[in-house]
Design a protein. Structure first.
Length: 207
């Protein structure tokens, strides 16, 4: 799938599907049905679903889980990721019914990760573009992933982005310099609610 060919309508559908999947588990919406009818959305693709608190005087991450590799049809991946973000993110307690009026849903559709940095690891910061690239860093069994929007939200440059992805992987900050560390980049399109159950917008990170 070329993610940049996704229409606004398809992206908005994915956000609504993510919300309905969570709310059906909470007993405040019907189970999603007939969501396999779009052949484009049946193609295998990586995806993350992010939940953010969006209440007056309070804003922050409430859950984020995804499937970075294209192993499932996109619609199925969205359903699985949405439920996992709400109920299985080990960093947060399970989302409760009353919270859904104060949570916004964000769906990030990903390109396949590409391995970079075989020649000169010191040049890696120059190969990573903040606002365009997401990162996956792996060393042995340790792996960490940060979505492209994360360094923008935190004001990181590319070097800090690499360092923080190492931290996410549970390894020392500068481990991306090691020859046995694998660094992958990917791109994403975001579709997200501007407010809970509100207008959904498309956000293309730098191509």
């Amino acid at each position: 799938m070329g993610i940049f060919t996704l229409t606004d309508e398809q992206g908005f559908f994915l956000v609504r599907l993510a919300r309905q999947s969570i709310e059906s588990e909470l007993g405040i919406a019907d189970e999603p049905s007939d969501y396999h009818s779009d052949s484009v959305l049946m193609e295998k693709c990586g995806v993350f679903v992010t939940l953010n608190v969006h209440e007056k005087g309070s804003y922050g991450l409430r859950g984020c889980i995804g499937l970075p590799y294209a192993t499932s049809p996109l619609v199925d991946a969205v359903v699985d990721a949405a439920k996992s973000a709400a109920f299985n993110d080990p960093r947060f307690p399970t989302v409760q019914r009353h919270e859904m009026d104060g949570i916004t849903i964000e769906v990030s559709v990903l390109t396949p990760p590409e391995l970079i940095g075989h020649d000169d690891k010191k040049d890696l910061p120059n190969q990573v573009t903040v606002g365009r690239d997401g990162l996956i860093i792996g060393l042995g069994w340790n792996k960490g992933l940060l979505l492209p929007q994360v360094p923008v939200e935190w004001g990181w440059d590319s070097r800090e982005f690499l360092d923080q992805c190492c931290v996410k992987a549970g390894i020392p900050k500068n481990s991306w310099l090691r020859n046995d560390t694998e660094v992958y980049t990917f791109h994403a399109i975001l579709f997200k609610e501007e407010e809970p159950r509100g207008i959904i917008k498309r956000h293309i990170l730098v191509e």
